[in-house]
Ligand binder design. Structure first.
Ligand SMILES: NC(=O)c1ccc[n+]([C@@H]2O[C@H](COP(=O)([O-])OP(=O)(O)OC[C@H]3O[C@@H](n4cnc5c(N)ncnc54)[C@H](O)[C@@H]3O)[C@@H](O)[C@H]2O)c1
Length: 247
């Protein structure tokens, strides 16, 4: 990734789940390209903002809570209108369908899906005024894989793709795009409990034979959130080293 260019100068980006893993890598990459970054997580991600330095702000945001979105919206007014939202926070417990309970189902949907709607509710009006905006939803390539115990997760991640397709239609007239990004298995704290053997059995299915790093996702995010991607919307982009190929 070339971070010496300032493709995102003058933009303000909000990233959810930016305390670690993919979200942190995205926040850092957007900042390197010149964006002012509002990094959010369950607790304010001070460590992420510390890595960025100036031009970054850490705010607490539980993406399932509307009052948190409202509060972040109000606080962001002091910082600047949000141009870019990357909804990255995710919840992914493994539960075979016979063990899946309604609270787990609802928490999965609230974290992985409600968040996208709530971000639009609070930040779309500002983007419409500026006639520019970018929504990126982090889905998963698991939507196309035969993984046990993830029916709730796969449902929520397919729904992100559906929401982005529908949203793209409603906002296109104001220079706003909405796309989903589908990572493959990545080396993050979330996957650290998997054995090396388990991880290998996944990455051996990829064209590129190695485990993905969070930084492998950032190039696609930078493109989708730049002016270069102005004619690209409602799409689902797979970034997984060539494991899952859309037909
Ligand atoms: N790691 C992978 O292999 C992989 C693969 C495909 C897709 N994804 C997706 O990428 C995203 C990030 O994954 P990761 O591996 O970096 O996860 P991670 O668990 O390492 O980090 C996720 C972050 O989200 C935060 N978070 C969780 N619930 C939240 C909530 N309700 N509100 C706000 N923040 C919350 C956590 O505190 C954490 O900092 C998720 O949406 C995940 O589904 C990950």
């Amino acid at each position: 990734m070339n971070s010496s260019v300032s493709t995102h100068e003058g933009r303000t980006a909000l990233v959810t789940g930016a305390g670690q893993g993919i979200g942190q890598a995205i926040a850092l990459a957007l900042a390197k390209r010149g964006a002012r970054v509002i990094a959010t997580d369950l607790a304010a991600p001070e460590a992420t903002v510390g890595k960025i330095g100036k031009n970054a702000f850490a705010l607490p945001l539980d993406v399932t809570r509307e009052e948190d979105w409202r509060s972040v919206f109000l606080q962001s007014q002091e910082i600047g209108d949000i141009d870019i939202i990357v909804n990255n926070a995710g919840y992914f417990p493994n539960r075979l369908i016979d063990e899946l309970d309604l609270p787990t189902w609802r928490k999965t949907m609230a974290t992985n899906l409600d968040s996208h709607f709530l971000s639009v509710k609070y930040f779309l009006p500002g983007m419409r005024k500026k006639k520019w905006g970018r929504f990126v939803g982090i889905s998963s390539n698991m939507v196309g894989l035969a993984i046990l115990g993830m029916s709730h997760y796969i449902a929520s991640k397919m729904a992100i793709m559906g929401f982005m397709r529908g949203l793209a239609n409603d906002v296109a007239g104001d220079g706003i795009t909405a796309n989903a990004l589908l990572p493959g298995l990545m080396n993050t704290p979330a996957t650290s409990s998997q054995s090396e053997e388990q991880k290998r059995s996944t990455w051996e299915q990829q064209a590129i034979k190695r485990l993905g790093e969070p930084e492998d996702i950032t190039g696609a995010v930078l493109f989708l959130t730049s002016d270069d991607a102005a004619f690209m919307t409602g799409q689902a982009i797979v970034v997984d080293g060539g494991q899952y190929r859309l037909g």
